[in-house]
Design a protein around this ligand. Structure first.
Ligand SMILES: C[S@@+](CC[C@H](N)C(=O)[O-])C[C@H]1O[C@@H](n2cnc3c(N)ncnc32)[C@H](O)[C@@H]1O
Length: 396
């Protein structure tokens, strides 16, 4: 068998598989093709770590991952049977991690992507950055007698690019994630623009602030927005955020994700520790609350932020006879609910930033599970437009 232009990393991997399995190169390639054809198991392209345990009741939905970060939403959607067919993330370090974990390099700046080049998909997933919308231009335009709408209001913001993609591609379902602040930002105007624009595009919108603390030992509130195309699903879909719950059991505790022998390099220097204590004391005097947070091993931590790499002050771990330490990047991965075995391919600084920006995959999976349930219910009810738009769901 002779295949041209095999990328070097796939070539290396086939050789590794060959040595590991004691098969010939031909047999290795045939074995992979055979497994892929039968769909009996995940393509072993990325080794054990890419085996996806799909949850019961899943559906073979295709999705795109915009503002992908390191794929928190992606991991959640994959758990319910989703298959990612396009991704976009402009930060080159996040791209590097994404490539290592998912085997694909995301497209860059969303503003440079022609929406028409994006493949058709069932779910559009996006954790878009929260930006203010300038409303100032509206009255000016109004006074000039020009028609204005939310399109004008949002032009130039990243949400505008997202809305343009939604308008052109009309995904049946959208799943967006943002900081909790999106709803109160700019006196509620930002949220108003987002929701109104999506409704203007004829989506039935559901939103909820969810605290990840029910899934992982971290207090992390994020707003999840789920929209269903009314032209496909009808005016109102029975989607219920109250059903988005973790499996029954004890709430997670920080102690469960801590390493026994973390590298001493994560212990704060006396210089930094003194600085943090003095800073906290000064601010306490002024009644500004405390600066650093010593985490309770039996409870949950504060929110891991993208600036954790600076001093780690929001989540510090007490140590006997030593200064406190910050979390290691692997502990951050577990605190965020990322699966075990994902290799760190960037510096600690970048890894902290990436986890601090990410969506908690088990929360994304729980929201995705409710999306799948709602679609399934609609299919059973016999929505003819839905069957026409998503025929592949009926073939399973
Ligand atoms: C909140 S994070 C996304 C988290 C991610 N969706 C997840 O599931 O874990 C937002 C991401 O948007 C990316 N971003 C910001 N502006 C962008 C642009 N113009 N084009 C592409 N990505 C962008 C940032 O680099 C950042 O990684």
């Amino acid at each position: 068998m002779f295949i041209r232009d095999v990328p070097v990393e796939i070539h290396d991997w086939i050789n590794e598989e060959k040595q590991r399995s004691l098969l010939t190169k031909n047999e290795v390639v045939l074995d992979i093709l055979d497994q892929a054809y039968r769909g009996s198991r995940q393509m072993p392209l990325f080794g054990e770590k890419r085996r996806i345990d799909v949850l019961p009741g899943s559906l073979p939905l295709s999705f795109i991952d915009l503002f992908a970060g390191i794929g928190g939403l992606r991991l959640g959607l994959e758990r319910v049977g989703g298959r990612c067919i396009f991704s976009c993330e402009w930060d080159r370090y996040s791209q590097k991690t994404y490539k290592a974990w998912f085997g694909e390099l995301p497209h860059g700046d969303i503003r440079k992507i022609d929406p028409a080049s994006i493949p058709d998909h069932d779910i559009l997933a996006a954790g878009f950055p929260c930006q203010p919308f300038s409303i100032a231009g509206v009255s000016k335009k109004k006074s000039l007698g020009r028609e204005h709408g939310f399109k004008d209001v949002t032009q130039g913001t990243l949400f505008f690019y997202l809305a343009t993609i939604i308008e052109l591609k009309r995904p049946p379902v959208i799943l967006l994630e943002n900081v909790k602040n999106l709803k109160s930002h700019d006196g509620g105007r930002t949220w108003n623009v987002v929701k109104s624009r999506l409704e203007e595009l004829r989506y039935d919108i559901h939103d909820r602030v969810i605290d990840a603390a029910a899934w992982v030992p971290q207090h992390r509130e994020r707003v999840f927005i789920v929209g269903f195309d009314k032209d496909v699903f009808g005016e109102h879909v029975h989607f219920d955020f109250d059903s988005v719950k973790p499996a029954p059991g004890d709430p997670p505790k920080l102690s469960e994700i801590l390493e026994e022998k973390p590298d001493p390099k994560y212990t704060l220097t006396s210089h930094l520790w003194n600085y943090l204590q003095e800073y906290a004391a000064r601010h306490k005097e002024k009644g500004n609350g405390f600066g650093f947070g010593i985490a309770n091993p039996d409870g949950v931590t504060r929110t891991l932020s993208a600036r954790y790499f600076k001093d780690g002050s929001e989540i510090l771990i007490k140590q006997p006879r030593k200064n406190p330490r910050r979390l290691t990047p692997s502990e951050c991965a577990r605190l965020m609910g990322f699966p075990a075995g994902l290799k760190q391919v960037v510096s600690d600084t970048q890894a902290y930033r990436q986890f601090g920006n990410a969506v908690v995959p088990p929360v994304a999976a729980a929201v995705a599970q409710e999306i799948v349930r709602a679609i399934g219910e609609q299919l059973v009810r016999g929505g003819s437009l839905l069957k026409k738009r998503l025929p592949h769901l009926l073939q399973e």
